[in-house]
Write a protein that binds this ligand. Structure first.
Ligand code: SAM
Length: 280
């Protein structure tokens, strides 16, 4: 298996492959970590899987063994012929050459349930996750290896330094669960940061009652764009929002919240209530 570092080196040398830093290429070389990803994702023979960035196919081989089917989307054209070889013995794998941000993922599965599993390229972790969540991609769960700091931000609660727009978006759309911390020596080449496996289970119903999702997320973005200002001041200046400081302070007052509060102290429910104050 490719999770053996010697195998990975052999495949790379045999194909004259050179790592492309700008694509965030850090290949897994530890079978225990792969087992943890697969266990966290709860995959069985009925599961259809979308893998983002298969690399040389290391995680893909394991997924192919346990899942019903795997669709693997890889951006680097140099990796496509390699994947065709390393995955040749699996007839349940489809390799797709393309950019995950440009795929119509819902159409790939035609309404059938599926799960997303990936060792993500770290340079676009947040855009990929936000795109999947905001576009309401109907995946049951997203189980991904990401930078440890980003995993901490996803799980953070109000008052912590890691709490921000990403925490609120992730927790609105999903239930995050940290499955494992992973050190740099489990990858080739080694990344400069610690990593973590996180599973985001899609919520069927949002955890709060919000009438205008878009307005709430604009307010959240405003709050954390200028996190040192009071919430009312941050929202008043923010593009696309036309509220005065007084209007925000009055709305906070009606909710029993101090008008000089900063956004970083508000929980998701309170952002929802604030947005609802401005929605008919
Ligand atoms: N899954 C492999 C593994 O675990 O060994 C490789 C993981 S590596 C961290 C990330 C992979 O994502 C690379 O193969 C990279 O070329 C690919 N990638 C980067 N940007 C991408 C994008 N926008 N769409 C699809 N794949 C991408």
């Amino acid at each position: 298996m490719l999770s053996d570092p010697k195998e990975t080196i052999r495949v790379i040398q045999e194909n004259n492959f050179t790592f492309r830093k700008n694509y965030g290429q850090n290949f897994l070389i530890d079978s225990h970590v792969i087992d943890k990803i697969i266990a966290a994702a709860e995959i069985d023979k009925d599961t259809e899987v979308l893998e983002i960035g298969p690399g040389i196919g290391t995680l893909t081989q394991y997924l192919a063994e346990v899942a019903k089917t795997v669709k693997a989307v890889e951006i680097d054209d140099k990796l496509i012929p390699i994947l065709e070889k390393t995955l040749s013995e699996y007839d349940n794998v489809e390799i797709i050459h393309g950019d995950i941000l440009k795929q119509d993922i819902a159409a790939m599965f035609d309404g059938r349930p599926f799960k997303i599993v990936a060792n993500l390229p770290y340079y676009i972790t947040t855009p990929i996750i936000m795109n999947l969540l905001e576009s309401h991609v109907p995946a049951e769960s997203i189980t991904v290896m990401i930078q440890k700091e980003v995993a901490e931000r996803m799980q953070a609660a109000p008052g912590s330094k890691d709490y921000g727009a990403l925490s609120l978006a992730v927790q609105y759309y999903s239930e995050p669960y940290l499955a494992a911390n992973v050190p740099p020596n489990c990858f080739m080449p080694r990344p400069n940061v610690g990593s973590a496996v996180i599973r985001l289970k899609r919520r069927v119903e949002p955890p709060v009652d919000v009438k205008d999702e878009k307005l709430m997320f604009s307010m959240i973005r405003a709050a954390f764009n200028q996190r040192r200002k009071t919430l009312a001041n941050a929202i008043k200046n923010f593009e696309g929002l036309s509220f005065s400081r007084e209007e925000i302070e009055e709305a906070l007052g009606r909710l029993g919240i101090d008008g000089r509060i900063r956004g970083e102290a508000l929980e998701l429910r309170q952002f929802a209530e604030l947005a609802n104050e401005f929605t008919d």
